[in-house]
Design a protein around this ligand. Sequence first.
Ligand code: 5U1
Length: 692
Amino acid sequence: MASPGALARATALRREIERHNYAYYVLDAPTIPDAEYDRLFRELQALEAEHPELVTPDSPTQRVGGKPLDGFAPVRHAVPMLSIRTETDTEASGARAFDARVRKELGLDETDLPVEYAAELKFDGLAINLRYEHGVLVAAATRGDGETGEDVTQNIRTVHAIPLRLAIDTPPAVLEVRGEVFMRRDDFERYNERQREAGKPTLVNPRNGAAGSIRQLDPAIAAQRPLSFFAYGLGEVQGWNNTPATHSATLDALAVLGVPVCGERITGLGATALIAFHDDIAARRDQLPFDIDGVVYKVNRFDLQRELGFVTREPRWAVAHKFPAQEELTTVLGIEVQVGRTGALTPVARLAPVFVGGVTVTNATLHNQDEIDRKDVRVGDTVIVRRAGDVIPEVVAVMLGKRPDPAPPRFNILQSYPVCPECGSHVVRLEGEAAARCTGGLYCPAQRKQALLHFASRRAMDIEGLGDKLVDQLVDRGLVRTPANVYKLNLETLAGLERMAEKSAANLLTAIETSKATTLARFIFALGIRNVGESTARDLALHFGSLDKLIAATEADLLAVRDVGPIVAQSIIQFFAEPHNLGVVEKLRAAGVHWPESTGLQQSAGILAGKTLVLTGTLPTLTREAAKEKIEAAGGKVAGSVSKKTDYVVAGAEAGSKLAKAQELGVAILDEARLLALLKPNNKNGQHALDF
Ligand code: 5U1
């Protein structure tokens, strides 16, 4: 038997955890760190494990999901769960028609005042009835046929936004709350991302995510799905003091009880208020954190609702005013690719025209090969296509049951597009990358603007004044096709461009001229080879010393360069394997772009291979970092302390105990000049400092 202290502690923990739950899941404003929440939760779990008699149905520990079920038990609703009439006219006239019907039924004419309405969102999820007895959630059921639903209490308990106990000291004997369980878009995306990473099945859309989770026989699975809830009405009510007289006041009262209620709602007079709400929400629909398929208008006063009554299972006092659907069915006529600014090939489904999200859609993105494989999209398939606002339409899922027989072949980007449809360069897919890419870099028209901007950027060829507005004009007017054309620009051409005064044109020409004298590292970086950033370009320049050596390098040669791995090596090889890219490089050289070349480090590469050096004291010109870089580039290793294994100690001013130790052990000692001489490229035969 639990002590009064244990009981009090369990009660206090429950209250506190539910308070944090409400702040986190309903208000979206966490009040304590996750670790602290976990600590409270674990304390309650431990208490309940020790004293099982302390477990209550409203304990937060009951949210984790119990045993799998064989099926859902039928539940007869105490008050039928009605459906709502849908106004299919998505224009303002839809709201006017509803107002006109209500006024007619209430016997109002033009001389009477406008009717007061409550307007709210039509959530895209699953309708649920929550039954609270004496403030505790005792049952939850789906709508079913309106008379009888399914008992989904176990799964509903896992929805953290739904209170297990109402926040009221003297609760009604019975309070049934009706509303919608749904999944926020960000939760849906995050969930799917995690599933993809784990190689597990993803959810088709947030609505299916919500409905599928609640109708999941294993509550433990439902518990992993991030669901939300908003209330929009009542079922059976017994013993509720001060029952509100209007719909809007009811929702306000539910919010006070801790039940989530959506803030996007208004009360207003007549059709004008309804139309304003409809248009406002339609304009912001895509910015809402969850999907809706329209708005709902309700006569606000309950006495008028009662007067209006029902037709079959639909009340006369409410209507759902739909927005254009965001998902429709259509067929895939073909699959093509679009080449993006970075050379990525995005597969696009060509669709039989379909009206969705307010426009006619004929194309939808398929993202990449992995997505095509995951959804198994094939030409001829019937697919669900989705368009939400400005978002590019996408193929959500294939209706496999409607696949033609015999089944069309799978689509493979590399097989269908071995070369880029824009420039004819080879298409490759590098290991670890989702996208297939065109290797045409500098030459590919689709990548032209991006390639030019990168080429001219400060850390590349540093052509001041060649920014995006100018690049747009130069490329759009066909004046520049590749970076080599930049060196052919003249004053007359430039001065003819928009917003280009003669002075700016002259400055740009000077910048172009100055950029011709560059370094090999900058030039390599400017080429925009995939995976070759500034520091890799520097390493490559240092290692090879000349562009021709880099162009001729094999994979093994490239792998010998510091920090170059197989992916970078492949990118470089593929870039120079493309004759178009070599052509541009040659034209740049012919235009006068030049840099000092050297024999590179690769001849002396390994001059310090296997050698361990220790740096001590202050060197006259080199920083410690610079000295370390040079030693490592020559294959040497820099250690922190001197031992018998040390090959050289490089000593500068105020060298201390390390120098003494080197002398004691007879380790060779170098100064900076000797180190540099050792590392010089013309120290061809690898003469070591000891031989000086
Ligand atoms: N917001 C909201 N959604 N919704 C759906 N209110 C609302 N009311 C409904 C339904 C089916 O039905 C009542 C009008 C009975």
